[in-house]
Each structure stands twice: as C-alpha cells, then as structure tokens.
Design a protein around this ligand. Sequence first.
Ligand code: PMP
Length: 303
Amino acid sequence: MHQFLPYAWFQGTCVPFEEARISIATHALHYGTGAFGGMRAIPDPASANTMLLFRADRHARRLSQSARLLLTELREEEILAALTAMLQANKPEQPIYLRPFVYTSDLGIAPRLHEIETDFLIYGLPLGDYLSPEGVSCRISSWTRQEDRSLPLRGKISGAYITSSLAKTEAVKSGFDEALLLNSRGKVSEASGMNLFLVRDGALVTPGVDQDILEGITRASVIELAITMGLRVIERPVDKTELFIADEVFLTGTAAKITPIRQIESTTLNTHRPVMDELKRRLVAITEGRDPDFEHWVTRISV
Ligand code: PMP
C-alpha cells in the first residue's frame, strides 16, 4: 500500500490527493510526453516547523529546462511557489520525496508537442532509503542507455524511463539490486536512476556530461564538494573494466543519496571506501543544514 502526502498540487492549486485525478485519455499517459523532477525535503533537525530542501533552485531549473525540451513553459518561480504551497499544506513531520511533473494534459491521440495543453502537478510521499546504504550489487545491463540524438537526455523525460525500467527489472530478476548501463559507444553511462563515480588512485572519476548521462544534481554537488575537499575530479569516458579494479565505486542520486556498489556481475568490490565515506558524511551534514560553508545549497521553508 502506498502512502502519499494528503495534499497534491493539481491544476494550479492544492487539493486532497484523492481528488487529483486525470482521464484515461490523457495524452502523456500514452506517449510518455512528460518530464518530472524528484527532490527530498527533510524536517530541520535544528528548528521546529521547518523543512529543508536540498538545491531547490537547481531542481526547479532542471524541471523548467525539461519543460522547455517538451516545448512548453514552466517557470522556476512557479515551481518553487507550488513546492512551498505543497509543503505548507501538508506540514510533513518526516523526510519526504517530492515528485513534480509537467505533462501533456490534453485528451486524445497523435504524438506531438504542438497545439496541446500541458499541466503541472506535484505529489509527495515519505521516503527513507531507496537503496541499501550498506551497498548494492549491480549487473551490466543488456539495455543500452539512449543517445542524446534520439531523445533530450538533459531533461528527465518520462518516456526515457522505459529503458531504466527494463534495465532495473532485468537486474532484479537476475538476482542483482541495480543495473549499470553502457552507452551506445560502449562506455559506462549511469545506473537506472543514479550517476556513477569511481575512485582511482585517490582521484574521483565520473562519466562526463557527454556520456549520455542525466546531469544529476547530486553528481554536480559531489563534484563541487570533492573539489573543495582538495580531491582531483576527472570527468571522462569510463570503460567497463575500470569498474572491477577501481578502489571505490558508488552511485549518487536524490533517492539513492550516496550508495556504495559492493558487487558488479560476479566480482566483489573493495569495501574500504574512505573517499566515499567522507563525501557522504559531508553531504549528509549539508542536507541537514549543518554545514555553514554550504548554507546556500539548502532552502528553509516554514510550514
Ligand atoms: N540518472 C537518472 C536516469 C535519474 O533518474 C536520476 C535521478 N534524478 C539521476 C541520474 C540522479 O540525478 P539527481 O542527483 O539529480 O537526483
């Protein structure tokens, strides 16, 4: 049984979750012509009736850009105002995940993005750990990550998640927790809903933005944080073989936070992960509003 926050944002206002209903003929349901966001909000450990949103501005910007890729307009301020209204209506008392979604809300057929109505909604749900913080096993997917020339990969476009879904289920059904996808050039791209990092000889390595990845906000944050910690960060194509010999391998994402990979295919990886551990410790402190150097990454909302 899913448990959702009692109020959703729907058609420009907050309504009880059960009343936010759409038709079976909704265009986006059939064609995947939507784009979504995903962000976490947590109660401020230091102050009552306050929710902390991690990098709300970046999430709003990415969703606004995703909307533009679907040829519709959704302003960042509009997204932030709706998120605030949602939080104030729900007054959550536990960590939650917010799912904003912009989509072709018109009814009827014909895949297109012109002459079509769009709408914007948000719902939320309590969310603890999405992946085991102890580490996950991954298989190299038989599905290839899509290419930017056939799909705008810089947006979180709903239709793109067919590949993530196939890859995740293939991995789980064959006994693994998560899937790693190679891109069409045979380089490591990302997991079904997370970016990937390696540590090799003390440097942090991650596939660059030209490797058909989603430009993850956690990824960007980890890179920036690592640089301030004096680590060398290298964005470059990553070969499959490197996964097996890296000193540390981990995933990043809003849902996954920082999750270590403990096994890839039949190879057990190193469990001594000093670089990841330190990045994780710092990131948790930042998201909980406890790091004065990164105050600007946290938005406080009174609820
Ligand atoms: N890749 C994909 C395909 C994703 O869906 C996500 C989750 N949004 C990520 C990477 C990680 O992005 P972020 O850190 O912004 O959550």
